[in-house]
Design a protein around this ligand. Structure first.
Ligand SMILES: Cc1ncc(COP(=O)(O)O)c(C=O)c1O
Length: 384
């Protein structure tokens, strides 16, 4: 990977076009981004109170101690693992967590494996840091999950230093169970590959319980965030759990790269961790949306439209209609105001055949989007 391989984040580009249409007075159904709506009022109130009561200065680079202690309790309660708060670092969303993890754990030019399809920023962050990428293809037939064999085969072809994996995954919603994750962690340890577990979609699992890589081993780096389950995208707040050997180095890097995460957002995040009812209601709404969207897309003729196991995305094969989903998504937006993300964002090889729909919005938006997409596909025999 070189700097020339940096590509636009197409979901954000489509969002820009969609917002321009809205500014021109057109209605848009936003199914292009994973934007879960606003934070709950206790978090907002905590932020306001913090601004009034105390000077919002820098915090330590690792973040406020009470928040790190609260997160340690989170691992104890949810995953039954004891984590020393000293291993926890508060970051500006998971995005800065990736930068710190890559820079702290690997030498210049290291090779990091990711799945294809996968979250597009992984490739762009690695390219920006002059690191290399090994792509491990995953297929719909195996539930879009990588197996130990997939990892070993890719490693035998060209060894890599790290493996970054999200479960639940973006764009497929694939979820690994405890056994599958444990096997992958063990495989990485056998190969001497550092495992990075992106757990940002924890809490949005519709088929079982969330499993953290920390349940298996203390060696992985865990990346998490308040953006998705906690509905705090714009607050730019997340966290890392680091293995002992990286804590001090990453802390020193963070001191100079970012100084600290936003202190207002840290106060809001602390309050968000104690909120349950609001988040359960959001999760229940996504669970209904997921069925509605998958059924709707299946009826329209998209292939592989099954309810995803986690996150809030459905990744479908649009080959019955097009072999160029970049063009398809732009026309769908311009003709009908339905904003979706072309598969090229997630897979530079086969993505031209796929589209990702997000169901983080409301039920009404999804119903409207399905109707409009049906009208878009019907007239020229693209549908039916
Ligand atoms: C898999 C995955 N990881 C990380 C992120 C980045 O999130 P943030 O920086 O807001 O925590 C996203 C955003 O969509 C994502 O889908």
């Amino acid at each position: 990977m070189t700097l020339e391989t940096i590509r636009p984040f197409y979901a954000m580009e489509i969002l820009g076009r969609a917002q321009a249409r809205e500014a021109d007075g057109h209605s848009v159904c936003h199914l292009e981004i994973g934007e879960p709506g606003g934070a709950p009022s206790p978090a907002v109130r905590a932020a306001v109170k913090a601004c009034i009561d105390r000077p919002m200065g820098y915090t330590s680079a690792k973040g406020m101690r009470p928040l790190r202690e609260r997160l340690a309790r989170y691992y104890d309660e949810r995953h039954g693992v004891a984590v020393d708060p000293e291993r926890i670092m508060i970051t500006m969303g998971s995005s800065s967590g990736f930068i710190l993890s890559f820079l702290g754990a690997f030498p210049p030019g290291a090779r990091i494996a990711v799945t294809r399809p996968g979250y597009p920023a992984y490739l762009n962050i690695l390219s920006s840091l002059h690191m290399q990428v090994a792509e491990i293809p995953v297929r719909s037939e195996t539930g879009w999950k990588p197996t130990v064999e997939d990892i070993e085969t890719a490693y035998a072809q060209a060894p890599f230093d790290g493996f970054l994996l999200a479960s639940p995954a973006n764009p497929t919603g694939a979820v690994l169970d405890a056994d599958e994750l444990a096997q992958i962690v063990a495989c990485c340890e056998r190969l001497g590959v550092r495992f990075i577990s992106d757990e940002i979609y924890h809490g949005l699992n519709y088929v079982g319980r969330d499993v953290s890589a920390l349940e298996t081993s203390s060696a992985p780096i865990v990346v998490n965030s308040f953006s998705k389950y906690y509905c705090m995208t714009g607050w730019r707040i997340g966290w890392l759990v680091l293995p002992e050997d990286l804590v001090r180095r990453v802390e020193m890097m963070a001191q100079s790269l970012f100084i600290s995460a936003s202190s207002v957002s840290q106060m809001a995040a602390l309050a968000a961790l104690d909120e349950r009812t609001f988040y359960d209601a959001r999760r229940d709404a996504y669970a209904q949306n997921r069925l509605l969207l998958a059924r709707g897309l299946e009826r329209l003729g998209f292939k592989g439209a099954r309810p995803s196991d986690g996150a809030f995305y459905v990744y479908v094969d649009a080959s019955p209609f097009t072999n160029d989903t970049m063009d398809f998504c732009i026309r769908l937006l311009e003709d009908t105001g339905v904003a979706t993300t072309p598969g090229a964002d997630f897979d530079r090889t086969d993505g031209h055949q796929y589209v990702r729909f997000s169901y983080a919005g409301t039920r009404e938006t999804i119903e409207e989007a399905i109707e409009r997409t049906e009208r878009f596909l019907r007239p020229v025999g693209r549908y039916g």
